[in-house]
Design a protein around this ligand. Structure first.
Ligand code: ADP
Length: 177
């Protein structure tokens, strides 16, 4: 049984077995969560990402997939990089967003992680509406998490994101919470 928790805060400060990075396909850094993780985690994370680009992910990490590296100097054990879809008003990319959560949890389970922290993937620079992003995140984690993962923590940067996740968490359990 996996417990879903919400905290308002900064994902780089989470002392969990794995933190998920809202990366971009290049794996070579960006803004938002990605920038914060590389800034706080130090150069080892970028070095590991460059190695991935030199090997298995020569063309970059495809949208919806996930891959792990060291967490460098972060208090977490590992960083799991996933690439969210850019929001589109004309094309339904929900499956790709759900895939980010599913694949990240698969990688976490492979690492033997018992505690995993996620940001609200795609809801920043990639423009996904927060309420919908929260619903997809909560639903997918509820459907997927198992195999030894004790806690999935959503780390929400601001009050609006926290509120959206709180509402989504309440939807599936009869409206409490
Ligand atoms: P994406 O490119 O997938 O949209 P972003 O990093 O731009 O990713 O944003 C994803 C979400 O994470 C946004 O809701 C943003 O406000 C939030 N965010 C930004 N920095 C942090 C941080 N240090 N910790 C947790 N959440 C963050």
């Amino acid at each position: 049984m996996t417990i879903l928790t919400l905290v308002r805060g900064d994902i780089t400060e989470q002392a969990v077995d794995a933190v998920v990075n809202a990366a971009n396909s290049s794996l070579l850094g960006g803004g938002g969560v990605d920038g914060a993780i590389h800034r706080r985690g130090g150069p080892l994370i970028l070095a590991a990402c460059r190695e991935l680009r030199a090997g298995r992910y020569g063309k970059g990490l495809p949208t919806g997939e996930a891959v792990a590296t060291t967490a460098g100097r972060l208090p977490a054990g590992h960083v799991i990089h996933t690439v969210g879809p850019v929001w589109s008003a004309t094309e339904d990319r929900s499956d790709l967003l759900a895939s980010c959560y599913r694949q990240s949890l698969r990688v976490a389970a492979e690492l033997g992680a018992r505690t995993v922290a996620f940001p609200a993937v795609s809801t920043g620079v990639y423009g996904w509406p927060m309420d919908d992003g929260a619903r997809i995140a909560i639903r997918t984690v509820r459907e997927t998490a198992g195999a030894g993962i004790e806690e999935v923590r959503f780390v929400l940067f601001d009050e609006r994101a926290y509120g959206a996740f709180e509402a989504a968490l309440g939807e599936g359990d009869g409206g409490q919470g």
